[in-house]
Design a protein around this ligand. Structure first.
Ligand SMILES: NC(=O)c1ccc[n+]([C@@H]2O[C@H](COP(=O)([O-])OP(=O)(O)OC[C@H]3O[C@@H](n4cnc5c(N)ncnc54)[C@H](O)[C@@H]3O)[C@@H](O)[C@H]2O)c1
Ligand SMILES: O=C(O)C[C@H](O)C(=O)O
Ligand SMILES: [Mn+2]
Length: 553
């Protein structure tokens, strides 16, 4: 394990108890109670970590609502990180949805009301000249930053400073799933205002009450931020999260060659989705080259997934033009095609050739609707990344199922209330044939006497493992190849490859093993791409295991 550099590992008395990275609560041993001047500050009984986990689980279970459970776990995290992660590790399937998607969405909406204690760093627009000072207040070395500006939080839109819930949740998974030491992670919120009237009008709102800063001022702020980060933490991995699509694409392009950075909504989502789709196709005995893809939603997720899959198809022997012909990408104005004049340089390459649409029978005039696309293109794979609840309608799904034996259908939008369809409906409308994976967690579904376990196709299978691989290899850039390696390694973890009736992805209880497998593949690819500082291939597995932190005293 890399030893975290703490400000003062020798803290004593109440300072030690109040530091969540050093606190052991009732588990401080008699010797430690002497050494750190804790005698009398704690009750006499000495617990083991296991006993503390049982007590914490009882208290967690007594909380009534999921938001109360989230608040409880966040408070525990701020009190004692070792106990927090140990509890999560022992109840991962039950607790991941509470600290992460979907409940973290509610926590962002309610952030100003449930705010308790400082965690992470806020940089607000009025403080833009003070970024160096602000970062100097972080009293330890940091390996991973997750940053958001809060503008597109899951499918919930602009949450302003409340968006801080997302970096906190994502970094919890870095430690839980990827084994990154919590002391070496830093959640950050760039507060450039909010256009969410409900937040601005809320007297409890904790953010900067101002409409969003945009244009050149926004870009200058981001530049100042990146420069300050590179100065304070030159080797850090910087993950961009939940920015509006236009900003996400522009920022990634501008900075990906300047530091070790990636955008999770574009690249992490692309890797998890393509890895899961590849597993679905391979387990059904199909070929990638024979598929027809419909992508509903052309934002960060839709664009990233399409690009990643096009890459895989090209690698399997087709030309890029042939690969692109296999994709029908739809945004809120209908099918993207080269006759449209509203597409920017990011969307133009995703546009279908109008020549390929000759002879299509369309109900709509002007734009080509989702229903028109499904009826004419007869997709085998359908991915939803719109943030629009119910966008996969019964009629469209029945139409899709009438053309294909094993429709692959992924409603990826989060949180649960924004899913394009719910698995029970998809199974009903396809008579149990659909191969489903969802962005948010869903319970298994019984259909015609068979239980369908619904895998969660969420970038949480990728980003903690990317972090692990990057840190173990000491990579200084994040290449496309590293995401392709991650997607391939995720596919290898799919239980469906050995048993076509098994779930597409490993259960959450195996997510650490899966992260280790992906982390090794990512680190190896970083070496092959010449971006790793460690060059000895044989050492990688050892380095991965040394990097992975396990919560214990
Ligand atoms: N499962 C995952 O790992 C994962 C990862 C990233 C994003 N997501 C989810 O995907 C959703 C979209 O994220 P994004 O970053 O791409 O957002 P975005 O706002 O950038 O993009 C949304 C896209 O959907 C299109 N759209 C909206 N309504 C539509 C409709 N009715 N029909 C067709 N297209 C429509 C928009 O035109 C846009 O192209 C969010 O809900 C997010 O939570 C899930
Ligand atoms: O946060 C998630 O659950 C996945 C993804 O990054 C999203 O924005 O929806
Ligand atoms: Mn996201």
């Amino acid at each position: 394990m890399t030893s975290p550099v703490l400000s003062d590992p020798e803290k004593t008395g109440i300072d030690r108890i109040e530091d969540p990275l050093l606190n052991k609560g009732t588990a401080f041993t008699p010797e430690e109670r002497q050494k750190y001047r804790l005698l009398g500050l704690l009750p006499p009984h000495i617990d083991s970590l296991e006993e503390q986990v049982v007590r914490a689980y009882d208290a967690f279970s007594a909380e009534e609502t999921d938001l109360d459970k989230h608040i409880f776990l966040r408070e525990l995290q701020d009190e004692n990180e070792t106990l927090f992660y140990r509890l999560l590790l022992e109840h991962v399937a039950e607790m991941m949805p509470i600290v992460y998607t979907p409940i973290v969405g509610k926590a962002c909406e309610e952030f100003s009301h449930i705010y308790r204690r400082a965690r992470g760093v806020f940089v607000s627009y009025p403080d833009r000249e003070l970024m160096d000072d602000i970062l100097s207040h972080v009293d330890r070395e940091i390996d991973v930053i997750v940053v958001t500006d809060g503008e597109r939080i899951l499918g919930l839109g602009d949450q302003g400073a409340g968006g801080m819930g997302i970096p906190i949740g994502k970094l919890s998974l870095y430690s839980l799933c990827g084994g990154i030491h919590p002391a070496r992670t830093l959640p950050m919120l760039l507060d450039l205002g909010t256009n969410n009237a409900e937040r601005i009008d809320d007297p409890r709102y904790i953010g900067w009450r101002h409409e969003r800063i945009k244009g050149a001022e926004y870009d200058n702020f981001i530049e100042q931020f990146v420069e300050a980060v590179m100065k304070r933490f030159p080797n850090v991995l910087l993950q961009w999260e939940d920015f509006a699509s236009v900003d996400a694409e522009r920022i990634l392009k501008k900075y990906r060659d300047r530091l070790c950075t990636f955008n999770d909504d574009i690249q992490g989502t692309a890797a998890v989705t393509s890895g899961t789709i590849l597993a679905a196709i391979q387990s059904a005995g199909g070929k990638l080259a024979d598929q027809r893809f419909v992508m509903l939603g052309a934002g960060s997720a839709g664009v990233g997934i399409t690009g990643q899959l096009v890459g895989s198809i090209v690698a399997s022997g087709k030309s890029e033009a042939e690969a692109r012909d296999m994709f029908y990408v739809i945004d809120r104005n209908g099918l993207l095609h080269d006759g449209r004049t509203d597409l920017d340089e990011v969307l133009m390459p995703l546009a279908q050739k109008q020549a390929n649409l000759a002879g299509w029978d369309c109900d709509t005039k002007g734009s080509i609707s989702f229903a028109d696309v499904v009826r004419n293109a007869k997709p085998t794979v359908l991915v939803g990344a719109t943030g629009q609840q119910g966008a996969f309608t019964e009629a469209i799904i029945r139409e899709m199922a009438s053309h294909t034996e094993r429709p692959v259908i992924f409603p990826l939008s989060n949180p649960t209330s924004h899913a394009e369809a719910i698995p029970a409906d998809l199974l009903k409308w396809t008579d149990g044939k659909a191969r489903i994976a969802t962005g948010s967690p869903f319970d298994p579904v019984e259909y015609n006497g068979k239980t369908h376990v619904i895998s969660q196709c969420n970038n949480s299978y990728i980003f903690p493992a990317m972090g692990l691989g990057i840190l173990a290899a000491k990579a200084n850039r994040v290449t496309d190849g590293m995401f392709t390696a991650a997607a391939e390694a995720l596919k290898e973890c799919s239980p469906a490859l050995a048993d076509p009736t098994a779930p597409l992805l490993p259960p959450l209880s195996k997510i650490r093993d899966c992260a280790r497998h992906i982390g090794i593949a990512v680190a190896r690819q970083a070496q092959q791409d010449g971006v790793a500082q460690t060059t000895v291939a044989e050492e990688l597995e050892k380095r991965i295991d040394q990097t992975m932190w396990t919560p214990q005293y």
